[in-house]
Design a protein around this ligand. Sequence first.
Ligand code: MLT
Length: 405
Amino acid sequence: MLTPNKQYQELKDTYLFNTIYRKTDEYRQSHPDKKIYLMGVGDVSRPLCEAVIQALHQAVEDQATMQNFQGYMPERGAAELREAISAYYRRYHVAISPNEIFISSGACDDLGDILELFAKDNTVLVLEPAYPEYVDTNILAGRKVVHLNSGEENGFLPAPPADITADIIYICSPNNPTGAAFDREKLQAWVDYANAQGAVILFDAAYEVFISDPSVPHSIYEIEGADTCAIEICSLSKMAGFTGTRLGYTVVPEALIRMEMNLNTMWARNRETRTNGVSYILQKGAAAVFTPEGYAQTRQDIQVYQKNARMLMDAFDQAGIWYTGGKNSPYIWIKCPDGMGGWEFFDYLLQKIQVVGIPGEGFGACGKGYFRFSAFGDPADTEAAAGLLCKLLGKAEMAEGASQK
Ligand code: MLT
């Protein structure tokens, strides 16, 4: 008889974000007259920009003509798109060749698939609080997961532990969920730690477009030595509103070698077997993100989300609530008032002001007592929610102040 993967029994019953959707739906059904402010799951609210839409239309037309019709795409992705991403890295003075870039159907997919490069007996170090996929995918594979907690004492930016060794290390900066971001010096310490023990860092760069602080690197490859220890996984979801469109990219440096096996060559071989590439139409749309028009248009959307984040930060400042994030990130991570747990605070906000966020404990045990808000919502909704949060959590007069911004 077939033996199923028993590791599924080790997972929580439902994925965090589905629990949030379910609880919100239940409330909506029992309170159909109430307006709900969605600031939980980090899904974008703005449509694709004009440059991308035009490129998508053109690509559809291409598929209708003998001359331009495109069949299977290369496993690594279209050369045009990989060259555009390589040029994007040059903005940050990082030299990544198109051969080191692999187009994917989104960071979420590659964060799971990339684990096929590693043996099952590797130990995984997850800096927590963390995006739940890092832990779930490794539980499913049966790997040992070591949780490295962080907290207010280190600004949710833990340093490499002297007493722990690991083979695979997850780092997300700017971080989901805390919004905290490693500066160059702190990230250098992690790169040195990984190189010293022959580990590989899986660097999740999904939120790099939100960085405003020059001391925060956009790519781990800005750090010396990263090309011999890091794989960078990025996505157009937050950069260009592709959450529903699906496209990302993964960088595997040619210098990344373990036990004489070249991980770039291995990943290319993996892609040959596991995928027939991302759709031609989507890759054309994605390439438009990296044109001057696409870049300017997507930055306008990012600025809208950054303004949302500022409205929320102002509300928490006025209400006297501790938080991190928001500055280099679309996420704001607050300390729940009155010692409440995250799920208790979730219910409290939903019942009192119909604002949905995400309980910190959903991102790991050390997130207990904290709560994440997303700035990806509609600006008018965010403004209204900021006013409601301020009024509920702090001084009543802030409600007016936030709504005037
Ligand atoms: C989140 O809310 O954390 C994001 O939506 C995660 C993701 O991009 O999948």
